[in-house]
Design a protein around this ligand. Sequence first.
Ligand SMILES: C=C(O[C@@H]1C=C(C(=O)O)C=C[C@H]1O)C(=O)O
Length: 200
Amino acid sequence: MTRARVPRPPVRRAGGARGWIAFALVLCGLLTGGRQAHAGGVTFLALADVSAERVQIANLVAAAKFGTPAPIDDPAREQVVLDTAARRAAELGVDPALAVRVFRDQIEASKLVQRALHARWTAHPDEAPAERPDLETEVRPRLDRITEQILRHLRDTEPLRASPTCLRALVVGYRVVESARRLDHLQELALGRALLSICV
Ligand SMILES: C=C(O[C@@H]1C=C(C(=O)O)C=C[C@H]1O)C(=O)O
């Protein structure tokens, strides 16, 4: 079914956000003298950015499922996401158990957004999206690409995750990204949920 118009979530701002994030990377280095947000020149900006993109895509997932029999919780699909993450993690030299923990968080963050949006759209049908993207052909392939990116960022941030400055650096990355991507409050909460296990 295709309705007239879709209020697209701010996923399309990603290009602009990337410019800001590159700028923030330089600025963080200058402000902290490389001590607080970095460990060996590594930051969490890229990981936080792609996690925020995943959270923003949850708006599209919610739109794809709203008014259809497709459930928000899809355990079979979740298992595919987790199995893929574990297998690719092993290939990339990332601890598969860590990858599974992180992707469980990412999945919970997505469902948090989906549940809140479905509740909002049910209560206020005039706010429901006008268009329904296709989950299988449009939305899940984007999530699959992000899986690979997240795993590579997990690999690249290994020294920072093991460092005592991990949480501080994670919050720096979180703040830069939520501002650069202009996340709404729901997405801010979800991004925090998505990143919960990074330093634990
Ligand atoms: C995103 C979806 O919704 C839920 C969240 C998932 C995820 O974040 O990867 C996977 C399955 C669903 O439980 C989806 O169905 O694809």
